[in-house]
Design a protein around this ligand. Structure first.
Ligand code: AMP
Length: 609
């Protein structure tokens, strides 16, 4: 497939926000891509490989401007003007290349020759992108520049637009992974096999690989795909329920209570030989942040190879007391690892075992997986010099009565946990990769609000600040996720809980997600805003209650005609959930069930919150 052709598909995808239309276009694209399928899947997600490979193009806009300048002769000043006018560097590239094309056409008229541009195959562009990503270190800027310049020199205006968006990380076609899976099923199998594809995706976290396997080996090959050490699995997630009675009823009367640790989830891949790798729940490779944990794991692990999961929590090295999430988050982005190991000591609390010594345990009940953990770790060997065990199993207790749940909960909160997780122990209590279900139910500490849990909401817009906050955003427009339609629906305006420095930093960061000309295609909004953003950033929010609102679109028309739901008195808790993808934000279903649980307290309000 030619890159030009791929870009034509991108244009069509950009023209629609309807999931079904997008799926149809994707089906056509995937079929046409044929042997280039894997590259096409990655590129369409704006990437060069599966997420966990961590391959970033990371080309700065400045460098792209220089490459444009050198390949078109347009001065950087004029380029900056074109950029400001268009608001998007890809569109600016389109403009200047269209002008170049017109000039060339004129020149060739006089010369009475017409040289058609040689087309660029997708595979070639893909390979150049990889080269750009690989060129790091000394002299990397000039290497990147020349690669990019060569690409742009051959590109059509349309190709330039998407080349530029891709290398700057701004190709946002607004296609969810689940839509790509729908399209793969429709393109190469039938819809009924969609769950098989999703299962395969959940174990390998690599859409390109699933597509390629399906194309080359058919469904049989997809069904053969299994968990592997070194290939992160998509995380299993928890539902929530408001009372211990309901939780136990859902679990058939018995469950395993565990502390809900307030840290970062790690999926640890322990190979028979070589380095241990850690992945976040977003499948980012966090290995470099936790070399100390890797060391303690190696010491304490008794098996040959494994995939285990746990929560890494900052602790006080003297007392072993747990510290809140914000502490362990300090390890992110720090270059001097030795220093940060001493500054933020951590303990890993293991709670699951997905694979042990070649055996996939995801389809074994939880008690068996837990037993595998107990069997394969000698925790005393993972102690530090002071004797504090840096690898532990999550504290857990089998419960059968609501009183036991409450007692466990109270003790956990006193120990510094966020709340508890209650997990099913029945014969089908499997590890369901990539899904949120009632096999795991979270029960959190009540905040000082009446809402029984905090919400994880996505920033989709902002209102300019006034007075003291002039010059940066004064409030953010937050949205919950509607997975059925794959859109983000606004639910509140959030201006409380930020200090000035945070708001200022947030304003800077949000600029790079800005979407010109109204809400992003995946955002549904009815209120006015001064800026709109691609749904990327997730923040934790608490609030007083949920009310019906004519201004917000979350659950529009579901509970009442011409009304959505909104959070009253929302407040930012200070937790930026960089570990969550926007699709992992609180969902519409969760919001609706929280609203219903408020029962008698429904207040109808036209008030803006
Ligand atoms: P939430 O982020 O509120 O949806 O809760 C799910 C998260 O809780 C998981 O992704 C883990 O990071 C975290 N967690 C803390 N303790 C546990 C535990 N014992 N079992 C499972 N997850 C836990």
């Amino acid at each position: 497939m030619d890159y030009e052709r791929l870009c034509q598909f991108y244009e069509r995808l950009e023209e629609t926000t309807k999931r079904l239309e997008m799926t149809d276009i994707l089906v056509e694209l995937l079929r046409e891509a044929d042997g280039d399928l894997r590259a096409v899947v990655y590129l369409t997600r704006g990437q060069l490989a599966a997420d966990f490979e961590g391959i970033e193009l990371g080309v700065a806009e400045k460098l792209v401007m220089r490459a444009l300048h050198e390949s078109t002769g347009v001065s950087e000043e004029d380029l900056t003007k074109a950029y400001h006018k268009a608001g998007d560097l890809g569109d600016a590239a389109f403009e200047v290349l269209s002008q170049r094309k017109a000039r060339r056409r004129q020149a060739s008229l006089f010369a009475e020759e017409n040289q058609p541009q040689a087309s660029m195959p997708v595979t070639e562009v893909f390979e150049r992108f990889h080269e750009i990503a690989r060129s790091a270190g000394a002299g990397s800027q000039s290497g990147k520049l020349s690669l990019l310049q060569k690409l742009l020199a051959r590109a059509s205006p349309r190709e330039a637009r998407y080349l530029v968006r891709t290398v700057t990380g701004k190709l946002r076609l607004g296609i969810a992974d689940m839509t790509i899976l729908d399209a793969m099923a429709a393109a190469f199998a039938t819809k009924e096999y969609r769950p098989d594809l999703e299962r395969a995706y959940n174990v390998c976290s690599d859409l390109g690989l699933v597509g390629e396997t399906l194309l080359k080996g058919g469904l049989a090959a997809v069904e053969e795909m299994r968990a592997q050490v070194g290939v992160p699995m998509r995380a299993m997630l928890a539902e929530r329920l408001p009372t211990p009675e309901e939780i136990l009823a859902k679990m058939g009367g018995e469950g395993l209570c565990e502390l809900k640790y307030d840290g970062l989830r790690l999926q640890a891949h322990i190979p028979a030989q070589g380095a241990i790798h850690f992945y976040s729940r977003r499948l980012e490779d966090l290995t470099r942040q936790f070399p100390d944990v890797a060391g303690y794991l190696r010491e304490s692990f008794r098996g040959r190879e494994a995939i285990v999961e746990g929560e890494v929590v900052a602790v006080d090295p003297q007392t072993g007391d747990m510290k809140p999430f914000q502490e362990v988050a300090k390890r992110r982005g720090r270059k001097n690892v030795e220093e940060v190991i001493a500054e933020v000591p951590v303990t890993l609390f293991l709670f699951d075992c997905l694979l042990l010594d070649g055996e996939d345990l995801t389809e074994k009940p939880l008690p068996e997986r837990r037993e595998a953990l107990t069997r394969s770790f000698d925790l005393a060997r993972g102690a530090d010099e002071e004797g504090l065990e840096r690898i532990q199993l999550s504290r857990a207790k089998r419960v059968t009565t609501p009183e036991e749940v409450v007692a466990f909960f109270e003790q956990s909160v006193a120990e510094g946990a966020e709340g508890i997780m209650v997990k099913s122990v029945g014969p089908d209590s499997f590890y369901k990769a990539g899904s949120r279900g009632y096999q795991w139910i979270k029960y959190k500490r009540e905040y000082s609000s009446e809402l029984q849990d905090s919400l994880d909401l996505v920033v989709v817009g902002a209102i300019a600040g006034r007075g003291r906050r002039a010059g940066w955003y004064g409030a953010l427009i937050m949205a919950s996720y509607n997975p059925e339609e794959d859109v983000f629906e606004t639910i509140c305006k959030l201006g409380t809980g930020f200090d000035d420095a945070t708001l200022q930093a947030m304003t800077e960061e949000l600029k790079s997600y800005q979407h010109e000309g109204g809400p992003h295609p995946r955002v549904r909004a009815r209120i006015a805003a001064d800026a709109w953003f691609a749904p990327v950033k997730v923040l934790e929010v608490v609030g007083a209650e949920l009310t019906l609102s004519p201004l917000h679109t979350a659950g529009w028309g579901v509970l009442k005609e011409e009304a959505g739901l909104s959070v009253r008195f929302p407040r930012f808790t200070g937790k930026v959930r960089d570990d969550k993808k926007p699709e992992e934000a609180t969902t519409l279903d969760e919001i609706i069930s929280m609203f219903k649980q408020q029962g008698h307290k429904r207040v109808e309000s036209a008030e803006e919150s």
